[in-house]
Design a protein around this ligand. Structure first.
Ligand SMILES: NC(=O)c1ccc[n+]([C@@H]2O[C@H](COP(=O)([O-])OP(=O)(O)OC[C@H]3O[C@@H](n4cnc5c(N)ncnc54)[C@H](O)[C@@H]3O)[C@@H](O)[C@H]2O)c1
Length: 715
């Protein structure tokens, strides 16, 4: 029996219910076989009045089979191209049936799933929050190769199609209806197929309904085709704009733009073939392999609980205490309340706590203004946050997250003062960005319940949480912290204790290398430009100004006093430069009147001229490739050391943590995956080359040397 169930009703309408082997419907050989047979049968069906595509799964259709796509290697291009062309031809035959075809979208329809819908004449969706449509291929280094690029451009026009194609924007059923991606909404799942059939029956006297817009005589692309002046102008400037964003490091958006432009220029079927060629090229690139491995498989493993102790039953937080209503605390309060958790937000005064709550109010007001939330829901979320200056309000919390100043005495003191209010088995989480958890836990009566829950700023936008186990943290506490992170819809990585844990420790090497280049006489603007050229979001000197040189200096003093400033973080060069900047020149960073840069009132910035007298040397001429590699390799080496020392427990934690927490370039697939693609032996050789010229910090870690010798990948 086919995995596409075929049912013809008394009106002559055939309903195809897709029910493929495995948990989801996906585009693979089984799909091609089933779709091939189905189209063939529909073409021969006598008395056919229309077709409805439905799904027996919760997800309408999940898209391309990523295992299949990952396995395509260089040399397989002809075979892959032929498969793509087959898939496309089937959809083309479907949309050329002489009867109307409708999609009944009962769940997410992503990528290939939405491409099937686009090949239908009519799209009916269940108006439920589980239903989303979109073409997320670009986020995996691919392009929608089942006709998605060409149909979207023909449906929406070049400009409007761009966010869907270049950013992988997904939209809810309601938004899809507004944007013209879906034609009709129904309130319940049960109404879907009847609504699709009703539409088909209503088209009896309207033969045009069976013809796709792009197959109609005189079809015009909305907004105009490539020769329309406005579109021609867009086509001229778009590649440069895109390159500014991708810095030439991501081939997928560039291919997508090329295909989209061809779709606006050429006939439909030629454009489809160009689209197939684009995907055939992308699918074998290392960037696509990296992005699929990390963003799909790695992410699924992490969110699925690979780092969570499985023996502990699932838990949920009902009441959380947030200590400190500053920049981080107010964000933690917001994301917790958004997840329906009761929040006690405590600061040293009620006013300070209320100010923290006002932050949630302003974020919620923006949601309401955009029509993404009702006033009632807003009031409900706000009602969950209780601002206070009174410790007694923390009574019965099953989790307390502290986000007070980065000061160990203060953190010890508040642990002593408030830990007793926790419910039995309640968890104490510190949001410290660097202080070792084991030492922070020394103030606790229950160090087994003590853990690091490290958020990133801004908390409402950053998707990662780094969970840090101290020496005594129990499995139960880890499981509870993990469940909380999932409850507030973050992706948790789990690491062991270390100064700066994984993310701050690794990111610190990037900043350190930037400062070293400065000290070696490189032009400061070139340092930041090269940091961005390798794909980091911000140059190292600009980052230093943002996080503040002043705070860095204080942190270094604290670590020194604690005796934890060990080899990996002891950068005498950085300390010397930071000291000179702050103590001798009063350059504490952006919020201290300026640092490496000077900041104008209008937000513009220029290099602080004093830097040229202090460090710049016109005769310093380092090879650009060395400078770029230095900034990247320092971070990769530090990540490998974290893995070697057991700070990182898994490769996935390292890859996802580096991308989502540090801003590692997406093209690498994460700092450890980078070694897999670069080649372990080649990596070791390049490290040694850099070490010979620039110092032993570039010596390859033993773990990389071993992998290279064994010819293995990090997995
Ligand atoms: N800012 C970041 O990007 C970032 C990122 C991750 C982690 N962190 C860490 O989060 C913590 C807080 O950082 P922040 O940027 O929100 O600082 P912040 O200065 O904005 O806020 C700290 C708040 O703690 C309050 N506070 C001080 N003593 C208190 C006490 N005894 N009881 C209750 N509240 C008290 C202060 O009044 C202030 O409102 C620090 O440990 C920091 O290292 C910061």
């Amino acid at each position: 029996m086919s995995v596409f169930k075929y049912d013809k009703d008394a009106d002559g309408i055939v309903t195809i219910t897709m029910d493929m082997t495995g948990p989801v419907n996906a585009m693979n050989q089984e799909y091609r076989d089933a779709m091939g047979e189905t189209v063939e049968r529909l073409e021969q069906e006598a008395g056919l009045a229309g077709v409805v595509f439905a799904s027996a799964k919760k997800v309408f259709f999940a898209g391309g089979d990523l295992n299949d796509l990952l396995s395509v290697q260089k040399g397989d291009e002809d075979r892959f191209m032929a498969l793509l062309e087959d898939t496309k031809e089937q959809l083309r035959r479907l949309e050329k049936l002489p009867v109307p075809v409708a999609a009944a979208i009962n769940g997410p329809a992503m990528g290939g799933g939405f491409e099937i819908c686009l090949a239908c004449n009519h799209r009916v969706a269940w108006d439920d929050k589980s239903v989303q449509v979109g073409l997320p291929e670009v986020t995996l280094g691919l392009l929608p190769g089942g006709g998605g690029v060409v149909r979207m451009v023909n449906l929406l026009g070049l400009e409007k199609a761009m966010p869907y194609l270049l950013e992988g924007t997904r939209v809810s059923a309601a938004a899809a209806r507004e944007q013209g991606l879906v034609h009709e909404l129904v309130a319940t799942r049960e109404e879907l197929v009847p609504a699709a059939k009703a539409w088909i029956l209503a088209q009896k006297d309207n033969p045009e309904a069976a013809v796709q817009p792009w197959d109609r005589k005189g079809h015009k692309i909305p907004g105009g085709n490539a020769s329309h002046p406005a579109v021609a102008q867009l086509i001229t400037i778009a590649p440069a704009m895109l390159r500014k964003k991708t810095r030439g490091l991501l081939p997928a958006p560039e291919q997508i733009l090329d295909c989209a432009v061809e779709a606006a220029r050429l006939d439909f079927d030629t454009a489809l073939r160009i689209e197939s060629r684009g995907l055939t090229y992308l699918v074998t690139t290392p960037v696509a392999k990296n992005m699929i491995s990390t963003f799909f498989f790695g992410m699924n493993r992490l969110n699925g609980g690979a780092s969570r102790p499985g023996a502990v039953e699932p838990t949920a937080v009902k009441k959380v205490g947030v200590l400190g209503a500053g920049m981080m605390g107010q964000g933690i309060a917001y994301v917790s309340a958004m997840a329906g958790i009761e929040v006690v937000l405590k600061d040293i005064s009620l006013e300070a706590a209320q100010k923290g709550k006002a932050y949630s109010e302003s974020l919620l007001a923006k949601r309401v203004a955009k029509g993404r939330m009702s006033e009632d829901k807003k009031a409900g979320v706000l009602g969950l946050i209780k601002p206070t200056a009174d410790n007694a309000d923390l009574e019965g919390c099953d989790l307390i997250v502290e986000a007070v100043f980065e000061n160990i005495e203060l953190k010890h003191q508040i642990t002593l003062d408030t830990e007793g209010y926790l419910a039995e088995n309640g968890v104490w989480g510190s949001n410290t960005s660097s202080l070792p958890i084991t030492q922070l836990a020394e103030a606790s009566k229950k160090p087994e319940n003590f853990i690091g829950i490290h958020f990133f700023s801004p908390v409402d936008k950053m998707p990662l949480v780094e969970i840090i186990c101290g020496d005594k943290t129990s499995d139960e506490t880890l499981a509870r912290a993990f469940d909380y992170a999932r409850q507030i819809r973050k992706t948790p990585i789990v690491v062991n204790d270390s100064l700066g844990f994984f993310t701050s420790r690794t990111f610190g090497t990037y900043l350190d290398e930037g400062v070293r280049l400065l000290k070696e006489g490189v032009h400061p603007a070139q340092i930041d430009a090269l940091g961005k050229a390798v794909g980091m979001p911000v140059g190292p000197l600009a980052v230093y100004d943002e996080v503040s040189l002043e705070l860095t200096r204080k942190a270094q003093e604290t670590w020194k006093a604690m005796g934890v400033l060990d080899a990996h973080s002891d950068s005498s060069v950085t300390r010397e430069v930071v000291d000179t900047m702050v103590a001798e020149h009063g350059r504490g960073g952006r919020h201290h009147g300026g640092g490496f840069y000077e900041y104008a009132a209008d937000g513009g910035k220029t290099i602080w001229p004093g830097l040229f007298d202090l460090y710049y040397r016109a005769d310093a001429s380092l090879p650009e490739s060395d400078m770029k590699d230095r900034m990247l390799f320092r971070q990769v080496i530090e990540s490998l050391k974290c893995l070697q020392e057991g700070v990182l427990r898994t490769v996935d934690d390292g890859n996802i943590g580096s991308i989502m927490g540090i801003g590692a370039p997406a093209w690498t697939g994460g700092f450890i995956q980078f070694v897999n693609t670069y080649g372990a032996q080649r990596f070791v050789d390049r490290c040694r080359e850099l070490a010979a010229t620039y110092g032993e910090r570039f010596e390859p870690p033993a773990i990389a040397v071993e992998k290279a010798a064994a010819g293995e990948l990090f997995s």
